[in-house]
Structures are given as structure tokens and as C-alpha cells.
Design a protein around this ligand. Sequence first.
Ligand SMILES: C[S@@+](CC[C@H](N)C(=O)[O-])C[C@H]1O[C@@H](n2cnc3c(N)ncnc32)[C@H](O)[C@@H]1O
Length: 242
Amino acid sequence: MSKKVNPYKDSKLTKKEQVEQMFDNISGNYDGLNRVISLGTDVKWRKKVVAAVEATNPKSILDIATGTGDLAIQMVNTSATRIVGLDLSEGMLNVGRKKIAKKNLDTRIEMVQGDSENLPFEANSFDAITVAFGVRNFENLEKGLAEIYRVLKPGGIFVVLETSVPTKFPYKQGYRLYSNLILPAVGKIFSKDKDAYSYLSESAANFPYGKTFNNILDKIGFIDVVDLPQTFGVSTIYTASK
Ligand SMILES: C[S@@+](CC[C@H](N)C(=O)[O-])C[C@H]1O[C@@H](n2cnc3c(N)ncnc32)[C@H](O)[C@@H]1O
């Protein structure tokens, strides 16, 4: 069992309430921060997620923890006729809705407020489900994954993109240097919410990545679970089916 990491140490709110509050707070800075933290590579990783989904010819796609909608927006390049982005944070969704309106994609992407641990959909509703940098924020990881399993159609694809930690020399050491030197500078962007910045690094360091996450997916009932480390292992794409 990994250590439970909450955004605000002294808060009496549940992790879920704190996560919602934190993402509401940082929604205006989120897109810029994402590009800086990942040195722009998050764009490339998202493209790989889209390619994995597109290869299965889905008609319906649910992007959970969609945030400001970057992955949902890229899903318009697939054959899907129904694309739904779901997130806890109205602040993040509102930034996403503006981006979608600007691209005239309002009729193609639906952005809904909701909780991954209690999804507002019938069982077997979607051909493909994705989560990018979302699962490590779930209050109850297994409950969220079990809900995803419930609403995924049999034979459908589930793709997760999440941070991981490089294990091999010299990437392990380089990553440590990057986390200790560069990330603190990036933290200044969060001067209004310093806790958010430490939460993002701490939750990344504590997430059960790689084979440990594969085992959790297996336990929930997913099949054909594969992990594909990206960029020396700083993030991993997991694919699975039902
Ligand atoms: C780091 S952001 C990722 C946003 C987007 N997927 C991306 O790749 O940029 C994490 C998102 O997960 C959402 N989130 C966390 N827990 C959630 C839950 N239980 N249900 C739905 N969304 C959740 C947060 O509100 C936040 O917008």
C-alpha cells in the first residue's frame, strides 16, 4: 500500500475535497505549468495515448480527470462520435470549455463535472477510457479503477498516462537532480499555492508505478495489462482491456 499524500497537510477536508480545491486554485496556471514541468514532452506522450486508442477504432471515448481537456481535444483526431471529458474540478473544466469553444469543438466534446469513484454512466458505456496524470490524485485508487472497469465495454481499451520514477543509471540520478533543482524553480509559479507544488512532486514520488500498478489493474479484473515507460521512465503509459 503506498503512502497517502494529501495536498494540504493541515486541512480537515477529505483528499478528494482538497484535490478539487487545489485544482480549482491552480486551473489558470495549469497548462503553462504542465509544459514547463515536462519540458514539453507531455504533448508527445498524449499523442501516443491517442494513437493507442485510435488503433481500436472506438465510437465512444471517456477521458477521466480530463482537467483542462488537452487529451479530450486530441481525441477529435480519432473515429469517435462521442467524446466525454470528466473532472472533479469546475475550475479546470471551465478553462477546458473555453479552449474547446475557441476551437469550435463544442458539438464534439462534452465536459462534465463528476467523480471517477462514482461515475455517472451505465455499465459497459464506453469503447475507450483514458486517464492522463489523474490516477495518482484519486482518493481511493482501487475504487476509481473498479468504476472505470464497470463503465468500460467488454473488449474496450483503457489507457493510463502517469508519472513514474526512472530506475536506471544515469537517468535515476538525472531525474533526482531535475526534481531537486529545476522543479523548485517551477514551484515559484505556484507562489499563490505552494502546497499544490509540493503535492504534485510528493504524489509523483509515492505513486505505485510500473509492475506494481500493473498488479493493481490485474486485481481489478483488467486483462492484457502492459506498461510502456516513456522518456527514460519519467512517465509510463499503461494499456489494458476488459
Ligand atoms: C494533473 S491534472 C490532469 C489533467 C489532464 N488529464 C492532463 O493531462 O493535463 C489531474 C486532474 O484530476 C482531477 N481529479 C482528481 N481526482 C479526481 C476524481 N476522483 N474524479 C475526477 N477527476 C479527478 C483533478 O481535478 C485534475 O483536474
